[in-house]
Design a protein around this ligand. Structure first.
Ligand SMILES: Nc1ncnc2c1ncn2[C@@H]1O[C@H](COP(=O)(O)OP(=O)(O)OP(=O)(O)O)[C@@H](O)[C@H]1O
Ligand SMILES: Cc1ncc(C[n+]2csc(CCOP(=O)(O)O)c2C)c(N)n1
Ligand SMILES: [Mg+2]
Ligand SMILES: [Mg+2]
Ligand SMILES: [Mg+2]
Length: 337
């Protein structure tokens, strides 16, 4: 890539192969496939999420942050299964005219988070596209055999918990688009940062094994995602909007405009862990939260009822209607905003 225009094999050798160096089975990204030794006593946990320019991130978002967000949205799914992240496979479809500077910055972002999360890039594919930049990552992790957390694990009477703060990502997109007038610059910057660079709860997830019953990460929107967890568990949920944890920036945004509550509850891009646990787990979770420095907040409970139904008590005590409760590709009125 140095010197002339980057070509497919130059890209692989210069940007991607260094990220495989720590994993012998990746064969330096010079073979047809990678070899992963089986690990007795563990389940391999596999997940894949794609990101498309203009759909999941903004076309002019900084390339290093696009790369890091791609890794992080996938590690968020592993964390929600109680798994420790290990290996990545990347499919990158770069627009035909992509520049060297963009690619180098993208590679630097990948390298940064590969280091940060102690994972290895063991394979993938590099292609050109006449369409928008499209990135797909497969992440593999491991969890003690049979101990992984599932959406279907919630039990009637469990408390619903969520990590971190909800709504920052969706409000961050609004901040970048200039749709939060009057909010202090520091708040706008914080929210934009949360949209562009989510914080997967990799430390928390594995520690929830044995404590949490049902678990998933919040990507589409709190209410819709909780509905998925409830449906998988054959239960219904009620949460209180006033208990949903807000960052100071999100709280300030809501202070300006109460109608932003819908974005908080259903906007998505949160990448926090949503889980249920029996009421008796509260003390352990409070201790874990302090130990990890990650907020854990009880927001409601699950019970028998209309399977998959999520009711939200509003700040005024009346039920809030958040429609379908989250993002949907195809047929989502939020799309094309
Ligand atoms: N094209 C597909 N082929 C096979 N399985 C799929 C496909 N799309 C989704 N799935 C599977 O459907 C389930 C739900 O996927 P979904 O993408 O909604 O979950 P998620 O990754 O947790 O959420 P998000 O995509 O919002 O981050 C997962 O088991 C996923 O592997
Ligand atoms: C530019 C832009 N417009 C809208 C959104 C909102 N958004 C898009 S996909 C998605 C759910 C998770 O994706 P998936 O289910 O595909 O993993 C959300 C919340 C965004 N992030 N960026
Ligand atoms: Mg997905
Ligand atoms: Mg996901
Ligand atoms: Mg998920």
């Amino acid at each position: 890539m140095s010197g002339g225009a980057p070509d497919e094999f130059g890209l692989i050798a210069e940007l991607f192969a260094p990220l495989a160096a720590g994993f012998p089975g990746a064969l330096g990204l010079t073979d047809d496939a990678a070899f992963i030794p089986a690990e007795p006593g563990y389940d391999t946990v596999a997940t894949m999420d794609s990101m498309v320019a203009g759909v999941h991130f903004l076309p002019d978002d900084p390339p290093d942050l696009v790369a890091r967000k791609l890794i992080r949205v996938n590690l968020s799914d592993l964390a929600a299964k109680g798994a420790e992240p290990r290996l990545l496979l990347l499919s990158a479809a770069f627009p035909v005219g992509v520049g060297q500077d963009w690619l180098r910055a993208f590679g630097a972002g990948l390298a940064e988070d590969v280091r940060e999360f102690a994972v290895h890039l063991i394979g993938g594919d590099t292609v050109s596209t006449p369409g928008p930049l499209t990135l797909t990552l497969t992440a593999l992790g491991r969890v003690a055999a049979g101990r992984g957390l599932k959406r279907s694990g919630a039990r009637a009477g469990d408390t619903i918990w969520v990590s971190g703060g909800i709504g920052d990502g969706a409000l961050g997109l609004k901040a970048i688009r200039g749709q939060l007038p009057g909010l202090a610059a520091a708040h706008l910057e914080f929210l934009a940062g949360r949209y562009r660079l989510p914080q997967p709860r990799v430390g928390l997830g594995p520690r929830l094994v044995g404590l949490a019953h049902g678990a998933m990460d919040v990507s589409d929107g709190l209410v819709q995602d909780l509905g998925h967890l409830c449906r998988a568990s054959g239960l219904a949920a009620r949460i209180a909007a006033a208990r949903v944890p807000l960052s100071p920036a999100a709280a300030a945004a809501l202070g300006h405009d109460q109608s932003l509550l819908a974005s908080v509850l259903a906007g998505g891009d949160d990448y926090e862990v949503l889980f249920t646990a029996p009421p008796g787990a509260e003390e352990s979770l409070t201790r874990l939260s302090a130990e990890l420095g990650v907020a854990l907040t009880a927001i409601g409970s699950v019970a028998p009822g209309e399977t998959g139904k999520v009711a939200v008590t509003g700040p005024d005590g009346r039920d809030v209607d958040v429609g379908q409760g989250g993002w949907r590709h195809f047929g989502d009125p939020q799309q094309g905003e």
